[in-house]
Design a protein around this ligand. Structure first.
Ligand SMILES: Nc1ncnc2c1ncn2[C@@H]1O[C@H](COP(=O)(O)OP(=O)(O)OP(=O)(O)O)[C@@H](O)[C@H]1O
Ligand SMILES: [Mg+2]
Length: 563
């Protein structure tokens, strides 16, 4: 709970409820919004068949469902972006029709998307009040009044954000806070968040949750979407589960186990897979030596062998993705080099990297991984063009066969393989990028956050496919912020901190605690039953001896955990 909210959020409405306490606002516990039996089709695609959700003032309500279940479609109906084909929407006791986003705003509904789109050249305050700036005499915008109100709202949220700064360069987390501030300034009583945590670091998630608790304490109803069940248990009081466009259940979170939720989402029991034995790794397929990009990462040396899964762990911002991008030739580097199967990669370019046998599933898949107006099957086949080409032609039938095989393996939800990939839900787009590279069997596969945005049921399948590729001799370099994923899939774990390699662990040495300690530069907490000598210090195996000196200097860093 942030200090500035002035009262405990969990104990009903605090004394200072600010603008949320308007006369017409539903009291805590009353229904703030109810969507009943909403349906929405796009041509032949029934995105939503029976969408229902009921939000009470003062609750955080989770919306759960597999990729393509219809969550974002439901959100866009609440946002006034889509008009439902049927169904009713009741806001604060009155049935309403939202003819557009402005109508949703007027009804007190605000939507925070995963990646907000602020105007980069405007200030934070200008972004919050865009289109309705307070005016001084002479119709000049009253900057002072705007900033003062913005500052007041940030204080209420307990977030130290400067209303006068330019939006450009704000982190995604800060941009979301600006959007939440805007929602409050608009008097929103229903705040909808569609996968807000997907691209945040652990400390940013913690701060967002403080803000959400404050909103809740002030009587707002929050709809929260995430594929991470631990987040649902942390922040939500009730949950609604959807499957195949239909409402499945609504209940108190405290009445349900994680297994209950998963069963409701997938409609069956999920089989638990064991990891299975990996083969002995073969020759080195990827060798990165002393790779440096000034100010971003320094002196990175590592090797990946055929059949091996090597994880790059570390905090968001520690330079992991930047190393991957440099290896694949998207970004330039200043010193060092990359070898594939012992041959140096001469020119840093994605084409060169692909020709040498490197595959890359980027973190930002929408922008870097897909061609949005190309079809699902063309996107899947994109990386395998060489193999599918016969006498210069791509046989549509082989393209289709490849795509439909992989769509089935990854449970990609689509209506036609020839539809543009932009029609797929967010998670299904992610799966297409994975399919594109998994199907190609490159010599080296680099995957950056391979299961981000992917539902729980398919996550296990992605892990299984990565291990299968390794068994087939592919060398895999995986960046992941999810420690259970790192510990499950990798043979070796390298930890980056502030642009350098800080530690290396074998699979048997690695624990969540050790990885976190190396990633944050904090001394590792010794379990009571473990003698200090037993926990070999991470820095002894560090690839870079200079990091040992840094540990002391880092002691001012606040404690953070890797997600
Ligand atoms: N504009 C559109 N045109 C055609 N089909 C669409 C469109 N928008 C959504 N769909 C389809 O509707 C279904 C539901 O999509 P939606 O984006 O609501 O899923 P979601 O639950 O948000 O999934 P995710 O967890 O992957 O974000 C999907 O099968 C998707 O392909
Ligand atoms: Mg979605």
């Amino acid at each position: 709970m942030s200090a500035s909210s002035g009262a405990g959020g969990d104990a009903g409405a605090p004394a200072d409820v600010g603008q949320l306490a308007d006369a017409g606002a539903p009291a805590v516990g009353e229904v703030a919004l109810a969507l009943q039996h909403a349906a929405k089709s796009f041509g032949a695609v029934q995105a939503l068949i029976d969408g229902s959700v009921e939000l009470r003032a003062g609750e955080v309500h989770a919306l759960l469902g597999e990729n393509g279940a219809g969550k974002s479609t439901l959100v866009k109906i609440l946002a006034g972006v889509y008009q439902p084909d049927s169904g009713t929407l009741v806001v604060a006791g009155r049935e309403v029709t939202l003819h557009g986003p402005a109508a949703a705003r007027a009804a007190g509904i605000a939507v925070i998307y995963q990646e907000p789109t602020l105007f980069p050249d405007l200030t934070v305050a200008e972004n919050m009040f865009i289109g309705r700036q307070p005016l001084r005499s002479g119709r000049r915008i009253d900057q002072g009044a705007m900033r003062a109100e913005a500052a007041e709202i940030f204080k209420r949220l307990g977030v130290p954000l400067d209303p006068g700064r330019i939006a450009r360069g704000l982190s995604i987390a800060d941009q979301q806070v600006v959007e939440i501030g805007k929602a409050l300034s608009l008097n929103a009583r229903v705040i909808v968040m569609d996968e807000p945590t997907a691209a945040l670091s652990a400390s940013e998630v913690a701060r967002l949750f403080d803000v959400v608790r404050t909103l809740r304490g002030q009587g707002a109803a929050v709809l929260f979407i995430s594929h991470r069940l631990e987040e649902i248990f942390t922040i939500c009081q009730r949950v609604t589960v959807m499957r195949d466009g239909k409402h499945v259940l609504t209940d108190d979170v405290s009445n349900l186990t994680a297994d209950d939720m998963v069963r409701a989402m997938v409609g069956r029991e999920l089989e638990k897979r064991s990891r299975g034995e990996q083969a002995e790794p073969g020759q080195t397929v990827l060798e990165i030596s002393r790779l440096t990009r000034e100010g971003v990462f320094i002196d990175i040396s590592l090797a990946v062998r055929a059949g091996e899964v090597v994880a790059l762990a570390g905090l968001v911002g520690s330079g992991r993705s930047e190393v991957a991008r440099a290896v694949f030739g998207i970004d330039k580097y200043d010193a060092g080099g990359v070898n594939v199967r012992g041959k140096p990669l001469r020119k840093a370019s994605p084409t060169g990297a692909m020709a040498a046998g490197i595959g890359f599933v980027p973190e930002d898949r929408r922008q870097q991984g897909l061609v949005m107006d190309m079809s699902v099957q063309q996107n899947v086949a994109l990386a395998s063009l060489g193999r599918l080409r016969q006498a210069g032609f791509i046989r549509a039938s082989s393209e289709r066969a490849l795509a439909s095989d992989w769509a089935a393996r990854l449970a990609i939800k689509y209506s036609r393989l020839t539809d543009p990939v932009s029609m797929l839900s967010g998670g299904n787009q992610q799966k297409v990028v994975l399919a594109k590279w998994l199907s190609r069997k490159p010599t080296v596969l680099i995957v950056d956050e391979p299961t981000r945005g992917i539902d729980i049921a398919t996550k296990a399948e992605v892990h299984h496919l990565l291990l299968q590729l390794a068994r087939d001799g592919v060398g895999i370099l995986m960046i992941s912020s999810e420690l259970p994923e790192v510990l499950l899939v990798s043979d070796r774990i390298l930890v980056m901190r502030e642009g350098r390699l800080a530690a290396e662990f074998t699979r048997s040495e690695a624990t969540e605690e050790r990885i976190i300690a190396a990633a944050t530069g904090q001394a590792e907490k010794q379990p009571a039953d473990q003698a200090p000598a037993d926990g070999a210090p991470a820095d002894q195996t560090a690839a870079d001896p200079t990091t040992a000196d840094q540990t002391a200097a880092d002691s001012t860093t606040p404690p953070r955990r890797v997600p």
